[in-house]
Design a protein around this ligand. Structure first.
Ligand code: ADP
Ligand code: MG
Length: 262
């Protein structure tokens, strides 16, 4: 997949996300340093690295939840405005980008007062203007896809953590994203519920969904990732096929990180 590792300024032709020399700071704290990264259409990219290395910040930049100061970031052909662009109101393309990007967080953040089916149907109705009955039909199909058809009318408080996270995935899919971002989707779950969420993600990968996933589940990463990216103190230290990164890491720091998590 080295074709995706473009070092030129033009996005690789088949990249959906294209990031070049991206820099991001919180105040004077430089978090992301000259990040170059492309994600190909249909690619599953797994981001690994120590806590505090910038993994969440990087994927949050891809849907504009964090602002970056310099570099170039395009998503599906739209230019993500920099912090300076946003200050002068240049955020029209941000709205376009958000339409095409789904995100699943560590905390599922479902609406507690709505049933699973309504959690999935609400954004298509409110944001896309779908007819409520159509949106609920689609929601039911999506809940079936994540194995929760029989739980469609339960409220989040009546569902396990793993089930809530699967509702959250269905909710994202309801907006028909062209890429899905996952930020440690299983880190808040009891161990016995991790597998059911990873199974849903595995199925999405098999169906060809483009995904950018931050996870500490190294077995899953090895199995599902097309490429693994290792971030160290805000720099991409290495990226490659799972076997390259896990079995033949080029950098001592990658080896040290892996020896702690594997
Ligand atoms: P990771 O997801 O790899 O654990 P993060 O991207 O969350 O790392 O954080 C990277 C660094 O940026 C950390 O040092 C963190 O403390 C800092 N950071 C994250 N969010 C903020 C924020 N809103 N304000 C200031 N510093 C932040
Ligand atoms: Mg994080």
């Amino acid at each position: 997949m080295s074709a995706f590792q473009s070092t030129t300024t033009a996005p690789a032709r088949d990249a959906i996300v294209s990031i070049a020399r991206l820099n991001k700071s919180f105040g004077s704290f430089h978090v992301l340093k000259d990040v170059d990264l492309d994600v190909g259409r249909g690619e599953v990219l797994v981001v690994i690295g120590a806590s505090g290395s910038g993994k969440s910040t990087l994927i949050r930049c891809v849907n504009g939840l964090e602002m970056y100061q310099s570099g170039r970031l395009t998503v599906d052909g739209f230019h993500m405005p920099t912090q300076a662009d946003r200050e002068i109101g240049g955020d029209r393309e941000l709205a376009e980008i958000r339409k095409g990007v789904g995100m699943v967080f560590q905390q599922f953040n479902l609406f507690p007062h709505m049933s699973a089916i309504d959690n999935v149907a609400i954004a298509p109705i409110r944001v896309r203007g779908r007819k409520p009955q159509d949106a609920r039909d689609t929601a039911l199909r999506l809940l079936e896809r994540v194995g929760l058809r029989d739980h469609a009318h339960k409220f989040p408080g009546q569902l396990s953590g793993g089930q809530q996270q699967r509702v959250a995935i269905a909710r994202s899919l309801a907006m028909e994203p062209r890429i899905m971002l996952f930020d440690e989707p299983t880190s808040a779950l009891d161990p016995e519920m991790v597998g059911e969420v990873l199974d849903v993600m595995r199925e999405l990968a098999r169906e060809g969904m483009t995904m950018m996933i931050v996870t500490h589940e190294m077995g899953f990463a090895r199995e599902v990732a097309d490429r693994v990216v290792y971030i160290d103190h805000g720099c991409i230290l290495e990226m490659g096929a799972p076997a390259e990164i896990f079995d033949r890491p080029a950098h001592e720091r990658t080896r040290t990180f892996l020896s702690r998590v594997l």
